[in-house]
Design a protein around this ligand. Structure first.
Ligand code: GLV
Ligand code: MN
Ligand code: MN
Length: 392
């Protein structure tokens, strides 16, 4: 088994790898389409039927598709721009290997096992994280999803090749359990495998700072209405307020018009990612950051407007299922995370759990994200144990 993981992992490792050592695996882009073909191929090799839910999510079936008591596993292929290779794909590769492990042990599950590859989990291309699982569960209207645009003006509907099918009405009645295996993304897991307890609420807000575009060489400092100043002050305010609140705030994506060295910008568009242990703290944090942005805009003679782009409510995973899995895995630690997952979206509809594989440095959404082969193999063993038990 230890050799099986690196062998299968090596098949996908070069796909979408860029010069930074990170990955460009945007949803439905060429590298992600190659990974989806790889997924179909892996399913074929295992005599698993592949279905597509019309939303861009793929499922490989051991047993009858969406049969009663279905146990869903898997994760996503897409990455954040220049992100690590483990966030997402580890859950899919581990799921296929767990199927192999169960078959080698002579297990015949009495419930179907579905390996899922969810589309656009990161929101890296169309802006809304967990788009595939939101569609599958009816958390987003298919027309609204179809209209989401990428940076080149291509809509999700165009990339998908049509209007998404939307919610699967039978989901809650057909699925008995969901278990997503994922690399751990903090510095919280000191043994190879853990179980998730909760996901912090989080969201994304688009901030538009507008001012007066003008000449960098001829506009006196006193005459400027420079939105870059309001933006810069807001970045610092977000950091300071998050520290004070014991929460998290990040501004990491920005676009500037006209983005010229010698022109005062007319627009700075930035995205705020905010997270906290509870929704009230997160909401208060965002209100405070926005108030400070507005106050600063008044000083700078600029304007600021705010558009919420996504909301991911607090998730408490099924506690009975989490303790059952922890016991099955010999007392695996149970820990919360600040990272979002499709499992979080599904947890509002079906009993859902997550397994985490140790990340020695905790670094994620970065080329430096890493897990050892030994820990990944332990993750496969753990997933096989859990799937074998849940599908028995
Ligand atoms: C997804 O990885 C997120 O938490 O942003
Ligand atoms: Mn991620
Ligand atoms: Mn992920």
């Amino acid at each position: 088994m230890t050799a099986a993981f690196p062998r299968l992992w090596a098949e996908i490792a070069p796909i979408g790898l860029d010069r930074t050592g990170g990955y460009l695996r945007y949803a439905l882009s060429d590298p992600e389409l190659i990974l989806r073909d790889w997924f179909r191929n892996q399913a074929d090799r295992r005599d698993m039927t592949v279905t597509d839910d019309g939303n861009g999510n793929l499922f490989a079936w051991w047993g009858r598709q969406w049969g009663p008591g279905t146990v869903l596993t898997g994760s996503h292929f897409d990455s954040v721009p220049h992100g690590g290779g483990y966030d997402g794909p580890l859950g899919i590769v581990s799921a296929f290997l767990a199927v192999d492990r169960l078959r080698a042990a002579g297990v015949t599950p009495s419930r179907p096992i579905g390996v899922a590859a969810f589309v656009e989990e990161e929101g890296g291309r169309f802006g809304l994280p967990c788009l595939g699982s939101r569609l599958l569960t009816g958390a987003i209207d298919p027309d609204a999803a179809a209209a989401l645009c990428d940076a080149d003006g291509v809509t999700f509907g165009e990339a998908l090749g049509g209007r998404p099918a939307g919610a699967l009405p039978a989901l809650a009645s057909r699925v008995g359990a969901v278990v997503e295996l994922h690399i751990e993304q903090g510095r919280a897991l000191e043994v190879p495998v853990g179980v998730a307890s909760a996901i912090w609420p989080h969201g994304r807000w688009r901030l538009d700072f507008t001012g007066h575009g003008d000449h960098a060489g001829t506009t006196r400092m006193a005459d400027r209405h420079d939105p870059m100043l309001t933006f810069a002050a807001t970045v610092l305010a977000a950091n300071e307020e998050a520290r004070l609140a014991g929460a998290l705030a990040t501004i990491a994506r920005v676009s500037v018009q006209p983005n010229a060295t010698n022109a005062i910008p007319s627009l700075v568009r930035a995205w705020l990612d905010a997270r906290a242990a509870d929704t009230a703290t997160m909401d208060r944090l965002v209100e405070t950051i926005v108030k400070r942005a507005v106050d600063r805009a008044a000083d700078d003679g600029t304007q600021v407007s705010v558009e919420p782009e996504s909301a991911s409510p607090e998730v408490a995973f099924d506690t009975t299922l989490a303790s059952r899995l922890s016991t099955l895995l010999g007392g695996a630690p149970i820990l919360p995370t600040g990272a979002g997952h499709d499992a979080g979206v599904l947890s509002a509809h079906v009993p859902t759990a997550m397994l985490f594989v140790r990340n020695p440095t905790g670094v994620s959404h970065s080329p430096a994200e890493h897990a050892t082969d030994a820990d990944c193999a332990a993750g496969v063993e753990a997933l096989a144990t859990v799937l074998g038990e849940l599908a028995a």
